[in-house]
Design a protein around this ligand. Structure first.
Ligand code: NAI
Length: 458
């Protein structure tokens, strides 16, 4: 009998388990994979960032060092070593979570969890046990969506996990879906020498992003060598001995070496035995919850990719913490307006709060402040002059409503604006805060100054 059972040890589940244990609850966490950390640590955020970093260094060394006065000889790719670095990053993370579980006295079970009745869970796998708890938190995450007509063989046609592990650089990689996964992993293989063709159903890339940034990103990615077919609905893919032929409406068939299917992800509820507690999923297969992460069944909670909302590790973490804090203390809250989203391409793309499109749709008047990286001294020294910072602030109150950045280290820069939104800061608050010189962070300050038409360096 536990106070809390957490099903799933991804960033939502393991963080929730640790926080609950810190708050004095007796916690079990059930995970079917031998390694803890979920999709994020094993086959998502962490390995993809390792490959993005390695491939960017390879590409920059081969093509970009001359202008910094660095001459190099023949640059060669050692893909096996790149994978080794990636594996080391993954292992350090997953072992780290094991250590944190021990430190915080979270009891870990290895196996697949299923409800057998209210408050009752059966674990089957390496561990075979029946457990019970007053509170049960479902944090089972998501899995890649299947695409009708495109059967994944995990070899020539695969998902993001397959694309993280290619043992050689594909001659021609077709990516289906110009979302975050398609463009991040497409970038990896493009930099390593593949021809990359992206087929996207919509007429724009990176759905949900600030429109101006999505358009700029398309231009930048095309310049890097990506081939795009927008408005292309993929209808099938046929595998030959060594090649795949991809068909899309309105396009001639495309022959390629590998296909990455990156058309979204689906909530993971298979085999959870939800029927035994009378819990139904919605039309998208997700578990619906109220503002306190309570499902329709008393004592059962859900967070992360398995519930509606953006599928982001940090969103799941915040939800996990809020959920267990509420269980233990009666209070817990997530500010969905202050959750940043980042695309780790080059340049990086990051956003937080509302887009201009959302503000216009809601009839909210706003001022825009912007600053281009090219006008920042540090950006010029880094040779990273593309892109801009855009800050949106309420016309009446100057309160920061959103920020959208395309440019070097956008993912790190956005943190400042997320904090500003969390604190209910005005653009002037950011503008009056001293930012060290010379740093890229000055672009954020200058954009904030720009809200009042006071930009100094542009
Ligand atoms: P996504 O939803 O971002 O993009 C999928 C794209 O596929 C969409 O643009 C959609 O229009 C397109 N599509 C769907 N069906 C199609 C068809 N038949 N033919 C052509 N195009 C089609 O999904 P993605 O990239 O697979 O990522 C899954 C989730 O993982 C997302 O929620 C994403 O936010 C998250 N993620 C976040 C990362 C980050 O924060 N950096 C990194 C990787 C994933």
């Amino acid at each position: 009998m536990f106070d809390l059972i957490v099903i799933g040890a991804g960033p939502g589940g393991y963080v929730a388990a640790i926080r609950a244990a810190q708050l004095g609850l007796n916690v079990a966490c059930i995970e079917r994979e031998p390694a803890l950390g979920g999709t994020c640590l094993r086959v998502g955020c962490i390995p993809s960032k390792a490959m993005l970093e390695s491939s960017e260094r390879f590409h920059a060394t081969a093509h970009d060092l001359k202008r910094f006065g660095v001459k190099v000889g023949n640059v060669e790719l050692d893909l096996a070593a790149m994978h080794k670095h990636k594996d080391a990053c993954v292992n350090a993370g997953t072992r780290g979570v094991e250590g944190l579980f021990k430190k915080n006295k979270v009891t870990r079970y290895e196996g697949t969890a299923a409800f057998t009745g209210p408050g009752a869970i059966r674990v089957q796998g390496k561990d075979n046990v029946e457990l019970s708890a007053k509170h049960i938190l479902i944090a089972t995450g998501s899995k890649p969506a299947q695409l009708r007509g495109v059967e994944m063989d995990g070899e020539l046609i695969g998902d993001s996990t397959t694309a993280l592990g290619y043992s050689e650089v594909p001659g021609h990689l077709v990516v289906i879906g110009a979302g975050v996964i398609g463009l991040e992993l497409g970038s990896v293989w493009l930099r390593l020498g593949a021809k990359v063709t992206v087929l996207e159903y919509m007429d724009h890339i990176l759905p949900g992003l600030d429109e101006e940034i999505s358009k700029e990103a398309l231009k930048v990615f095309k310049k890097q060598g990506f081939a795009f077919h927008l408005g292309a609905k993929v209808t099938g893919a046929k595998t030959g001995k060594k090649h795949v032929t991809v068909s899309a409406e309105g396009l001639e068939d495309i022959k390629c070496d590998r296909v990455l299917v990156a058309t979204g992800r689906w909530a993971n509820t298979d085999g959870l035995g939800l029927e035994h507690i009378g819990l139904k999923t919605n039309q998208r297969g997700q578990i619906e919850v109220n503002g306190h992460f309570e499902t329709a069944v008393r004592g059962v909670y859900a967070i992360g990719d398995v519930i509606p909302g953006p599928m982001l590790a940090h969103k799941a973490e915040e939800e996990g913490i809020a959920c267990v804090e509420r269980i233990a203390t009666g209070v817990g809250h997530v500010n969905y307006n202050a959750i940043p989203g980042i695309v780790y391409t080059h340049p990086e793309i990051a956003g937080v709060g509302k887009t201009e499109q959302e503000l216009n749709a809601a009839g909210i008047e706003y001022n825009v402040g912007r600053f281009n990286f090219i006008a920042n001294g540090r950006a010029r020294a880094l040779g990273e002059t593309a892109g801009w910072v855009k800050i949106l602030a309420d016309k009446r109150t100057d309160r920061v409503l959103g920020a959208h950045i395309i440019g070097a280290r956008a993912g790190d820069l956005i943190a400042e604006v997320a904090v500003a939104i969390e604190f209910g800061a005005s653009a002037e608050d950011i503008a009056r805060s001293c930012h060290a010189h010379p740093t890229l962070a000055e672009c954020v300050k200058e954009a904030a100054l720009g809200v009042a038409g006071r930009t100094i360096h542009m």
